[in-house]
Structure formats: structure tokens, C-alpha cells
Design a protein. Structure first.
Length: 305
């Protein structure tokens, strides 16, 4: 098998467990992936996936091809990073991934300053609460609330970001302020959708009565807007809630939900000129806003006592 595209198709199906997932990953439609897989199996005279299961399970031949594809991908990405890491031009594209709350509240202002200083660099911002894989070049740089664990990654800590509950003045005037965390279960609480894996979502599931949830959303920005509309109380990062004039903190920040904000890239890319410029300018811009990120400004509060 000399065609890398054959390996990419099989690898994408193996990772996604479905044709639809592979189609999304590869940027094609379901019918195209279906046609390619049928043609590949016919050409090789072997079945690569058991299609009667969900998710799809590779056959023995399919598993061999998936494992080979993973090795090929790792080699290709390593060469790509090595070449990109030697790029001394302050031009080209940078793919950055960030959470929606950071993008909404802080990041665009910092990126605007970066663009004024480096007009030759094109920025592509992937707003995603998932952790995109920097090892697979799903992004060049990540700004995420997680310390990098993989040895291949290089990071710079920006701040520690606390979270707490917020409510609108209208809601608090009608329902009062919860006296402590236990009292939150007697209020209308805004939560995450059932498929969420965020630490805040898990904390809410573990600590708040399921009967208290009045509204759920997969978007923290939507949860913020729901708080402003008076739908209930929501657990939000303080840098998001503190600057809203019509909502207030109802509890002290929760120590167990404080997160570290990091600027991260792959070690092979850290000396690329545009990546280095991004770390210097955007990293500096975020550090200049550390007081906001760490909620040192306090914020409006109606906490009891």
C-alpha cells in the first residue's frame, strides 16, 4: 500500500468508530467515505471493519492497517514539525485553540495588538472547550486551563483562574441569596448538558441536587446570558462574571475549581519565529491582565455574612 490517503481513511474510521465521524475529521461527506472504504476493501480483497457493530470495530487486517497508519502519521508530523520549527519568517498561518469564555472576554483584544505588530501572520482561532491535540497539529498553540502533561509540549503559566456562582440582581431580589453551598440546591441552578465532561460540570453533578437544575446548556457564554436573563444561578469563571454589571457573585470562589491557565505549543515549534512572537506578545498581553484573570478586582457580591 503506497497511498497515504488509504491509511488516512482507515485511521480516521478507526479513531471515530463511524463513517460519519471519519467524514467530519477528513472534511468530506458520509457518502464519500462510504464509497472510498468499499473501494479500498474491494481493491485489497479484505474486510477492514466489522460494520454490524457500533462503534465500528477493526478486523485483524483493519487493526494492522490502523497501527501502521498511526506510525506513518507520527513520522509525517515529526518531519512537518521539524521543518516548521526552522521557519524564521514572521509570516504564515498560526492555528490557536482557546475556550469560548477566554475568546469572548479577553483574547480578541490581545490578538488585535498582535496583528498590529505582525501583519504578515494570519491567525485562525479554534474556539473549542475540548483539548485539541497539539501532537497531531490540530492546532499550533493552545491557551487552556490545564498544565501540559505530555513531555513533547512546552508551556508558560499565565494565571490561576477561580470560579464561583453568579446570579442576576433581579433573580436575587426575587429569590434571595443562598447562605452557603448547601442552600444552592434550593435555588434554580443553570448546568451543563448531559454529555459535558468539564470539571465544573462534574462538580455540579457531585454537589447539587438534580432537582435544582432549571436549565442546561453546552455553552458557558449561553449560561452567562441565562444568568443575566434571570433563569437561575450559574457556576462561571470569575473573569467572565466579574465584569458584567447586572450580575453578582453569590459565593466565595471555590478553591477546588481554580484552574491554571497555560499558553502551550509543541517543543518542536517553540523556536518558530511566528510562534515565538505569539508567546512574547500574546503571553505578555495575558500576563498584563492577570489581575482580571485571577479575580483580584473582587467583583460585585451579595454573599451572606
Amino acid at each position: 500500500m503506497s497511498d497515504w490517503n488509504e491509511f488516512r481513511i482507515v485511521l480516521a474510521i478507526g479513531r471515530a468508530g463511524s463513517l460519519a465521524g471519519a467524514a467530519k475529521d477528513l472534511g468530506h461527506d458520509h457518502s464519500t467515505i462510504f464509497r472510498w472504504l468499499n473501494a479500498l476493501e474491494k481493491r485489497r480483497g479484505v474486510q477492514l471493519f466489522d460494520r454490524t457493530t457500533h462503534p465500528y470495530v477493526p478486523t485483524e487486517a483493519g487493526l494492522q492497517m490502523v497501527l501502521a497508519a498511526e506510525r506513518l502519521e507520527a513520522e509525517i508530523l515529526a518531519v512537518d514539525r521539524a521543518i516548521t520549527g526552522q521557519d524564521a519568517r514572521l509570516s504564515g498561518k498560526l492555528r490557536i485553540t482557546s475556550s469560548e469564555t477566554l475568546a469572548y472576554r479577553i483574547l480578541n483584544e490581545v490578538l488585535a495588538g498582535f496583528r498590529r505588530a505582525h501583519e504578515g501572520i494570519e491567525l485562525e482561532l479554534l474556539v473549542d472547550n475540548r483539548q485539541l491535540d497539539l501532537l497531531r497539529r490540530e492546532a499550533d498553540i493552545a491557551i487552556r486551563a490545564t498544565r501540559p502533561r505530555e513531555g513533547e509540549l512546552f508551556g508558560r503559566k499565565i494565571a490561576s483562574t477561580p470560579w464561583t456562582f453568579y446570579g442576576s440582581r433581579r433573580y436575587l431580589a426575587d429569590r434571595g441569596c443562598p447562605s452557603d453551598l448547601a442552600a444552592l440546591s434550593d435555588h434554580a441552578v443553570i448546568g451543563w448538558d448531559s454529555g459535558a465532561v468539564a470539571a465544573a460540570s462534574k462538580w455540579l453533578t457531585d454537589n447539587i441536587s438534580p432537582h435544582a437544575f432549571a436549565y442546561r446548556s453546552s455553552s458557558l457564554i449561553n449560561q452567562l446570558m441565562a444568568v443575566k436573563a434571570g433563569l437561575g444561578l450559574a457556576l462561571l469563571p470569575c473573569y467572565l462574571g466579574d465584569l458584567e454589571p447586572d450580575i453578582e457573585r453569590v459565593q466565595d470562589p471555590l478553591d477546588e475549581l481554580t484552574r491554571e491557565l497555560w499558553l502551550i505549543t509543541h517543543k518542536d515549534l517553540r523556536h518558530t519565529a511566528r510562534v515565538r512572537a505569539f508567546f512574547d506578545h500574546v503571553g505578555g498581553g495575558l500576563l498584563a491582565r492577570r489581575a482580571l484573570l485571577e479575580a483580584e478586582c473582587g467583583g460585585h457580591s451579595t454573599m451572606a455574612g
